[in-house]
Structures are given as structure tokens and as C-alpha cells.
Design a protein around this ligand. Structure first.
Ligand SMILES: Cc1cc2nc3c(=O)[nH]c(=O)nc-3n(C[C@H](O)[C@H](O)[C@H](O)COP(=O)(O)OP(=O)(O)OC[C@H]3O[C@@H](n4cnc5c(N)ncnc54)[C@H](O)[C@@H]3O)c2cc1C
Length: 448
């Protein structure tokens, strides 16, 4: 049992995201429907149909000609991949640049950052090569100081991007941001990073699924894997409609992993809720009341960050982390809190109604970095997860690495150190909810 409310895992409960409404449905035949074949076999089975799983399926089928099947509990893209903010950015980690360098050293941190620049390029290459209409938006991203003191932090961040990683980041003073990007009560200057952009997450997820199916991957939505056992060189993945046997398995469940699938792995991750509200489209005058002129995705320097962007049809998307229960009534309270905070940060929009609210899990670990690792040294089972809330570009890249590792064309040494190895065990994992409660209170306090 997860500590979150069961509705968070139930595909029958509507997600309510704007993206679902705004994306064309999957073409017929891409999703073969629930796995109902009683018994079937394949070379590689993938559990989870988000960016990680779909990218692994696409690359296995297209580049390695592997007989691959994917089992997804909900519709394809139902997890975080179809409902995120669409910020395609660098650095899938809970550690800052300086912390990454002190933990992993400069050469490995450089490899990590280079891999993630490659990950952003991969999104564009996939869209181009596979004809995915992913609606890219903005030339770079903004990291915005939410108070005066945090602006100094950004100076150091920009220096590291430029001097250590060759990324042409640039500091923008408060007046420059106000004149060319936007203004708000929590805008005290920004770091501009030229790598990254915004995209339509569900269009991208469905586009990946269509590409994977076109190249021969067999994708099964609505196929919850209830148990996973290993006998005689086969993995047995039991679903309501039968058991899929596979020689190798990639677990790509990220924050939606539940103990019944793999208790040991589940106790090594911390699912955290991220929430989004979207407003009705804003008229030009309304946008200019906050001097809004940018298409760049923005996040701020709060530990419990706010992230926001103007969507192509001029709806404003505003995101925040929080709520430790997943109960519907706590979701409703979270929505009210976010609407209030949106109005405080952007006073001209305080009375603008939101049309959508939704939420989903991001995945954290104790070491605060993502993980691509063979499980307990079993070379036939790979777990790929924990992007710490930044998986839009990292997950497709990790899915491609997973494909290479499972067929043996890449080795673990090819991974930058922050990705290597399973997440560490969390002491007294049953207390994770309480650890999170403590962390949230601490962050709220330090964000003041
Ligand atoms: C509200 C929100 C906003 C976000 N915003 C951003 C953003 O702007 N930028 C960014 O970089 N990242 C963002 N993220 C994070 C990003 O979406 C994820 O890191 C990324 O989508 C992870 O992809 P994934 O395929 O690994 O996992 P997911 O997309 O979560 O997919 C995992 C899938 O596994 C399935 N599954 C789990 N257990 C089973 C089982 N037993 N059997 C079958 N299927 C199973 C689930 O149903 C789920 O669909 C956000 C996340 C959320 C929730």
C-alpha cells in the first residue's frame, strides 16, 4: 500500500489536465488495448508507458530490432509524462550545480550536464525524425530570483554555467526582465539559460507512442502489472488479462511505482505531488498588465518552487509542489491555495479564473539524482527513474540509454556518475511521509 490516496493510482479517476483536452487522440491501432492474450512471450517487456518506457520501446524496436512489449496501467502517457508542465530543461536532480560538483567532481558533472544538453537535442531530433507535432515554445528558460537576496545566488549559477559547462547563460537584472519578459511581486532578476524550451507534454507522449508502434513495438494501455516474478530465466508479469513472459524487463514506473510491483525498489524512492492550475486565455491587455511578453518557461528560486509559462493560446500555467495525501479534498484545498498564490505573485491576474487543476507524482531519492541501474545486479532487469521533477528531456534520453544497456550496446560506465547505480535505501522507509512533512515545513520556512 502506498501512503497516498488510492485515487491517485486509478486511471478511471479523471486527471483533468488541459493537455488531455488539447491533444488529438492516439491514432487507431497505436495502443493495442489491454493485454488479454492469456500467455505471451517477448524479448523485452517494459512496465510503464511514459516518456521513459515509450522512448525505450521506440529505440528498442527502431534501432535494435527487438521484440518489445510495453504494459501501461492507464492509457499511454497517463502518468507524469502526459500531465507535466512541459518545461524541457536541464539538470534532472535535486542538487544545485555546486553540490553536483562537490559530490561527483567536475569531470563527471560535466558529463552529466553534457548528457542533458544532448537530452534536449534528442527531443528535437525525435520530433523531427518521427514527425511529432510537439508545439515547441520559447528560446531558453528563465530562473527567476523570488527575492533580492536570491539574485546573488543566480550570479554564482550563471558563472558556473558559463565557466564550468560552456553554457552561455546570462544574468538579467530586474529592470531588464521587467522591460522584456514580465514583472511580478516575486521578480528580482533572472538567470537566462539558452538551453531548453516549452512543449506540449501530451502531444509529445502520444507522438512517441505512435512512433514506437510504427517501428513495431507492441503497446498495451490499461494493463496494470499486478505482480512480477522470476522463474527459470523468464520474468513473469501478471496482469488481469494474462501473464506476459519476457527475457528482460525495464521498469519505467517513476513516481507511480507501488510496493506490490517491487517492494525493495519502491522503498528507495519518494513520490512527491506536483500540482498545476491553468487559467482561461488572457487578453492582450491582461497580459500587459503584468508586462508579460515572453514564451520562455520560468521557474523561481524557492525551494518549493513555482513554475509558470504562457501557453500558445495565452492561458497561464502555474505549478507548485505540495500536499502529502493525494486525497481529493486536499487536492481541492491545494487548488485554492495555488489560485491565491498566483494572485499574490501576479496581482493583475488575481481575479482571473482557472479552468483546470491537476496533479501527479514526481520521483525523488535519498541521493537526489536520477537512476539507471540493473536491479540487484540482475543483468536482465533494469530500473530507470527519479528525475526529481525534471524528466521531460531526461526521461526520453534515459529510455534510449535503457534500450542500449539492456541489449548490451552500452555499459554502465557510459552513464555519467549521477545516473549510475540504484537509489540508496531509505532508513525506516515507512516514515517517508513524515520525512516529507518535515522537509516541506523546513522549505516553507527557508523560502520566506
Ligand atoms: C504536475 C507535474 C508537472 C511536471 N512538470 C515538469 C516539467 O515542466 N518539466 C520536467 O522536466 N518535468 C516535469 N515533471 C516531471 C516529468 O513529467 C517526469 O519526470 C517524467 O514524465 C517521467 O517520465 P516517466 O516515463 O519516467 O514516468 P511517468 O510518465 O510517470 O510514467 C510512469 C508510468 O508507469 C505506469 N505504471 C506504474 N506502475 C505500473 C504497473 N504496475 N503496471 C503498469 N504500469 C505502471 C504509470 O501508470 C505511469 O503512466 C512534472 C511532473 C508532474 C506530475
Amino acid at each position: 500500500m502506498s501512503w497516498y490516496h488510492s485515487s491517485m493510482y486509478d486511471p478511471a479517476v479523471p486527471v483533468g489536465s488541459f493537455w488531455e483536452e488539447d491533444a488529438p487522440p492516439l491514432a487507431a491501432g497505436v495502443d493495442r488495448g489491454a493485454f488479454r492474450e492469456g500467455e505471451a512471450t517477448c524479448e523485452v517487456a517494459i512496465i510503464g508507458g511514459g516518456y521513459t518506457g515509450l522512448s525505450a520501446a521506440l529505440h528498442l524496436a527502431r534501432d535494435h530490432h527487438v521484440d518489445v512489449r510495453l504494459l501501461e496501467a492507464g492509457p499511454l502517457g497517463w502518468g507524469a509524462s502526459g500531465r507535466n508542465g512541459g518545461f524541457c530543461t536541464l539538470q534532472p536532480s535535486g542538487l544545485g550545480l555546486g553540490e553536483l560538483i562537490s559530490r561527483f567532481g567536475k569531470p563527471e558533472t560535466r558529463r552529466f550536464i553534457s548528457s542533458q544538453i544532448e537530452a534536449v537535442d534528442l527531443i528535437q531530433a525525435l520530433a523531427r525524425d518521427e514527425g511529432i507535432d510537439y508545439r515547441p515554445q520559447g528560446d531558453g528558460t528563465l530562473h527567476v530570483a523570488h527575492d533580492e537576496k536570491r539574485f546573488q545566488q543566480l550570479e554564482e549559477e550563471v558563472r558556473l554555467w558559463r565557466d564550468s559547462f560552456g553554457v552561455q547563460a546570462r544574468l538579467m537584472r530586474r529592470e531588464e526582465v521587467a522591460a522584456s519578459q514580465y514583472d511580478s511581486t516575486e521578480q528580482f532578476g533572472a538567470a537566462f539559460n539558452p538551453v531548453g524550451f516549452g512543449l506540449h507534454p501530451m502531444r509529445f507522449a502520444r507522438g512517441l507512442a505512435a512512433a514506437a508502434a510504427r517501428h513495431g513495438a507492441k503497446l498495451h494501455g490499461n494493463s496494470h502489472v499486478e505482480s512480477w516474478e522470476r522463474h527459470g530465466g523468464w520474468h513473469h508479469l501478471a496482469t488481469e488479462g494474462g501473464t506476459l513472459r519476457a527475457r528482460k524487463v525495464i521498469a519505467a514506473t517513476n513516481g507511480f511505482l507501488r510496493p506490490a510491483l517491487d517492494r525493495r525498489l519502491e522503498r528507495r524512492v519518494v513520490p512527491v505531488l506536483s500540482n498545476i492550475v491553468v487559467t482561461r486565455p488572457l487578453a492582450e491587455g491582461e497580459r500587459l498588465a503584468q508586462k508579460w511578453r515572453t514564451e520562455r518557461p520560468c521557474s523561481n528560486t524557492r525551494n518549493l518552487l513555482f513554475y509558470y509559462r504562457m501557453l500558445p493560446d495565452k492561458r497561464f500555467l502555474f505549478g507548485a509542489r505540495g500536499d502529502l495525501t493525494g486525497r481529493p479534498e486536499d487536492g481541492a484545498a491545494m487548488r485554492r491555495w495555488m489560485e491565491r498564490r498566483l494572485g499574490e505573485v501576479f496581482p493583475a491576474w488575481a481575479a482571473v479564473e482557472t479552468t483546470h487543476y491537476w496533479r501527479g507524482f514526481v520521483c525523488m531519492t535519498r541521493r537526489l539524482t536520477p537512476s539507471i541501474a540493473f536491479m540487484e545486479d540482475d543483468r536482465t532487469a533494469l530500473a530507470v527513474l527519479a528525475y526529481h521533477g525534471d524528466g521531460v528531456s531526461a526521461a526520453p534520453w534515459a529510455g534510449r540509454m535503457a534500450a542500449r544497456l539492456i541489449v548490451g550496446t552500452a555499459e554502465e560506465a557510459d552513464l555519467p556518475a549521477p545516473f549510475r547505480g540504484e537509489p540508496g535505501a531509505i532508513p525506516f522507509a515507512a516514515l517517508r511521509r513524515w520525512y516529507l512533512r518535515g522537509a516541506l515545513s523546513y522549505y516553507r520556512w527557508t523560502d520566506l
